[in-house]
Design a protein around this ligand. Structure first.
Ligand SMILES: *[C@@H]1O[C@H](CO)[C@@H](O)[C@H](O)[C@H]1NC(C)=O
Ligand SMILES: *[C@@H]1O[C@H](CO)[C@@H](O)[C@H](O)[C@H]1NC(C)=O
Ligand SMILES: *[C@@H]1O[C@H](CO)[C@@H](O)[C@H](O)[C@H]1NC(C)=O
Length: 210
């Protein structure tokens, strides 16, 4: 006959095991890392379109995304030539339209390196298919690493609403479940303390959501 002590011990052990499994089940696990673009594995940059200041009559800048590969590596290069207006207005960019559900992810990560006259870039997101003006874009500035490739992290909570490069103070936030455009821009900095112009490159291995 099993003695009382052993029974007690068994029941305590069972309670602990049940509690742990209940905890584990109720703890919603974060979504798996999602590669949005892995240029180390694809030659396809066809869905990246230029989106530069030449959409306006005064615009003079140019941008393109191309694949750069040899026997050892493959990645994409964003080439930008920024010819801004005297006040700094101007941008050179590229973007990929699509439908990206990033629900539950907390940040964008980009393995990249910047070379050229300036290293200030921004990521431009749009949502709900509202991919053109007058709808807002959701933007975040970053400095590309200069010498060695490194991961730049952009928290989704830090993407703020902008209209033509100017911060819009409103209550609209990026809908992560319906991101419909992902882009990179080199900016003139019309509303920024630092003005940029001239040629710049951003070499990109991959872009992923963590
Ligand atoms: C986005 O993904 C989440 C989590 O997987 C899901 O619950 C939601 O229905 C999806 N939304 C859309 C618009 O697909
Ligand atoms: C942009 O937003 C306006 C309303 O502000 C809407 O009528 C228009 O269809 C939208 N267009 C695109 C393509 O984003
Ligand atoms: C945002 O503001 C507008 C008008 O100011 C209001 O109608 C709308 O309900 C607000 N939306 C949210 C999500 O707070």
């Amino acid at each position: 006959m099993m003695n009382l002590r052993v029974l007690n011990l068994l029941s305590v052990t069972c309670t602990i095991i049940i509690s742990i499994s209940v905890l584990a089940a109720s703890n919603v696990s974060p979504p798996a890392r999602q590669y949005l673009f892995d240029f180390t594995k694809t030659d396809d940059v066809d869905n990246w379109q230029e989106q530069s200041d030449t959409v306006r009559s005064v615009g003079m800048s140019k941008a393109v995304l191309v694949i750069h590969r040899n026997a050892e590596f493959r990645r994409a290069i964003f080439f930008a030539l920024l010819n801004p207006q005297p006040n700094g207005a101007g941008f050179a960019g590229i973007r990929a339209l699509g439908s990206y559900n990033l629900t539950g992810h907390t940040k964008l990560q980009i393995l990249c390196r910047g070379q050229g006259q300036h290293n200030g870039f921004k990521v431009v997101l749009r949502h709900k298919g509202l991919n053109d003006e007058p709808n807002y874009s959701f933007e975040q500035y970053f400095q590309a690493p200069k010498d060695d490739f490194a991961i730049r992290e952009l928290p989704f909570s830090e993407f703020k609403a902008y209209y033509r490069g100017k911060r819009v103070v409103n209550n609209e936030t990026l809908d992560l479940s319906q991101v419909s455009s992902i882009g990179f821009q080199m900016y003139g900095g019309v509303y920024q303390p630092i003005k940029q112009k001239g040629p710049a490159t951003l070499e990109i291995d991959w872009i992923r959501a963590e």
